[in-house]
Design a protein around this ligand. Structure first.
Ligand code: MRU
Length: 363
């Protein structure tokens, strides 16, 4: 999508240089900083420190991380070490493991000398597939909304949580893909963006919507229920980090509360995600590993100081006892539909089986 009118992606391969460039998302929304990464360790750090974040983007970045590692040599040991290192960066987004499994399956049968160029090519395929799948998600969701919700000449008010826009993917975003599609089609759309404490990914959403010219309003997380009850929201749509085989959805902490408030107010709650977010080996939400992040994400507040320099402000003592689960699980029965590149379905085993008949078992 656009930054200052220029089509931009958060990840650019510099294949001839043996490197990638990423937008350092820890510096947004204050500064747009590109960072060059040319090593496995740099790539692993970018993922674990959330310089890159968002489930599909984590997967694509990890795929390029394998290519960076294989520049050293194409041996089995180097490949295995890269897969281990990248696989340990973040636990919840299954796209990471999906991408690494795909890289391993592609590369292991090849002669060692061929593995590095093949890794670059496969990573590029993963990235381009993500772009195409997210664009398809946008069109499927828009079709649903046109049929169900969007009335002529009415502003369509949609709420989202966290950042599931183009910054979280290779392009388009998942939850934001239909919002961009609606806006680009001339449909009047307004987005309620929740701040998403403690990492404030909602600020990334507000930034990218502003860059693309989509009307939006930032709210504190705790304002969501009030607005939903006031009838100011036509639909809620979020992304996902892992969807279990029964349709339970892991997404950024706070998602579940929005789904509950939607159920109480009769507002449809949608989840948008590509195939790489579906974990058919995971039976239900209780089996999804939930990342627990560092307590300083709560104890410190990040922003710009009076001199407009990046700064941390302490709001709690270093030894204050805090808990920081990064994701929660929304049971499938609270989800109106899961929207993927193949279309939409109920958030249930049967629903997912109808969209992916080869991948969901019978039990
Ligand atoms: O911790 P993050 O910022 O990587 O979490 C991101 C989310 O929870 C997104 O909602 C999810 O990955 C969907 S991305 C299109």
């Amino acid at each position: 999508m656009n930054v200052n009118g220029i089509p931009t992606r958060p990840l650019r391969p510099l294949t001839a240089d043996g490197a990638i460039e990423i937008i350092d998302q820890t510096q947004l929304p204050h500064r747009l900083v590109w960072q060059r990464i040319d090593s496995l360790d740099g790539c692993a750090w970018a993922i674990s420190s959330m310089q890159v974040r968002g489930a599909p983007l984590i997967g694509a970045t990890a795929a390029y991380g394998v290519a960076l590692a294989l520049a050293q040599d194409g041996s089995d040991a180097t490949l295995a070490a890269a897969l281990d290192c990248l696989g340990a960066t973040r636990p919840t987004a299954v796209n990471l493991h999906w991408a690494l499994t795909r890289m391993a399956q592609t590369l292991r049968p090849l002669p060692q000398a061929d593995r590095c160029p093949a890794a670059w090519a496969e990573a590029a395929c993963i990235a381009e597939e993500d772009v195409a799948q997210n664009a398809a998600i946008g069109q499927h969701a828009l079709a649903l909304w046109k049929d169900l919700i969007i009335a002529d000449d009415q502003v369509f008010n949609v709420m989202t949580h966290c950042n599931a826009g183009w910054l979280a993917t290779v392009d388009h975003g998942t939850a934001l893909a239909p919002i961009y599609a609606a806006h680009d089609a001339g449909i009047p759309v307004h987005v309620w963006v929740s701040e998403t404490r403690p990492r404030n990914q909602g600020l990334l959403t507000a930034w990218e919507l502003a860059q693309h010219g989509v009307p939006h309003t930032l709210i504190a997380d705790n304002a969501a229920g009030f607005l939903l009850r006031q009838g100011k929201v036509d639909a809620v749509i979020v992304g996902a980090d892992r969807i279990a085989a029964n349709g339970d959805v892991a997404n950024k902490i706070g998602t579940y509360l929005k789904a509950l408030a939607c159920a109480d107010n009769g507002i449809p709650f949608y989840v948008a995600a590509p195939r790489s977010t579906l974990d058919f080996a995971c039976p239900d939400g209780a089996a999804i590993p939930i990342e627990e992040r560092a307590g300083d994400e709560l104890r410190l507040v990040t922003g710009l100081d009076r001199a407009q320099q990046p700064a941390h402000l302490r709001q709690l003592p270093a030894d204050a006892d805090v808990a920081n689960p990064a994701f929660d699980v929304t049971p499938g029965w609270l989800v109106k539909a899961i929207i993927t590149e193949r279309g939409s379905c109920p958030a249930s085993r049967e629903g997912l089986r109808a969209l992916y008949p080869d991948e969901v078992g019978d039990d």
